[in-house]
Design a protein around this ligand. Structure first.
Ligand SMILES: [Zn+2]
Length: 234
């Protein structure tokens, strides 16, 4: 009897492993949002739900009905600071949300302006949630150190080495220029910009006095501090 059933199943579903799409249930289960206290499942909008965070990871959820006043306040802080559209599930099924506005993903490549003008070493542009970085073979390979986030640093480093960029020896100077877009930062050889006709043989980091605070966040703290200082210098 079992043989007959088995044979029938085989005939009806030949090679089920190959025709079935890859375990969609498992993915859904990993990202299903259930209230820790009442076990209610989140359906539709996540208004008022709070994420219980531990070391940047979501370890649980609380529906609006189950939250204390304190947890409710925390939910509002999370809503304002975390980017719920950019959540990523790691290999353990844990969800992590990046901070809103910061570099959530990075796109590295070249740029026509850099191909035409070899004095331009790097062009950084925030296009939330993507940070766009253009480099070329002329780029000073040490400039990958500008980025605060390891992923960004590594991506820029890899792109530079694939283009044959070499580490240089020049220091950085900061130039605040009101003609720049608030979301752009360029690194250019100073003889090309020749402020007041004097060349100091440095690389100039050029940006707007109204630079978007989110783009400052992608730079390593020491560089972001120098950029802020240059804006506020008399
Ligand atoms: Zn609940």
């Amino acid at each position: 009897m079992w043989d007959v059933i088995k044979r029938k199943r085989r005939t009806r579903h030949p090679e089920p492993e190959r025709t079935r799409p890859q375990e969609p249930e498992a993915v859904e289960q990993a990202t299903d949002i259930v209230c820790d206290r009442c076990r209610r499942t989140l359906r539709g909008a996540d208004d008022g739900w709070n994420v219980v965070m531990d070391s940047g990871y979501a370890v649980g959820y609380l529906c609006p009905d189950c939250q204390t006043a304190e947890e409710n306040a925390e939910a509002e802080v999370h809503q304002a600071t975390l980017d719920y559209n950019a959540g990523q599930v790691d290999e353990h099924g844990r969800v992590r949300w990046p901070k809103r506005g910061a570099c959530n993903s990075i796109s590295v490549g070249g740029h026509a302006a850099m191909r035409a003008n070899k004095a331009i070493h790097m062009m950084v542009s925030a296009d939330p949630p993507v940070l766009r970085v253009a480099v070329g073979p002329q780029s000073d390979a040490r400039l990958s150190e500008l980025f605060g986030h390891e992923t960004c640093k590594k991506a820029v480093q890899d792109e530079m080495s694939s283009k044959g960029a070499q580490p240089g020896t020049r220091d950085l100077a900061y130039l605040v220029d009101s003609d720049m877009d608030a979301t752009d930062v360029w690194v250019v050889e100073d003889q090309e910009m020749a402020v007041g006709g004097t060349s100091t043989h440095k690389l100039l980091v050029i940006y707007s006095p109204d630079i978007d605070p989110h783009i400052l966040e992608v730079f390593a703290p020491e560089y972001a501090d120098s950029m802020r200082e240059a804006i506020h210098a008399p």
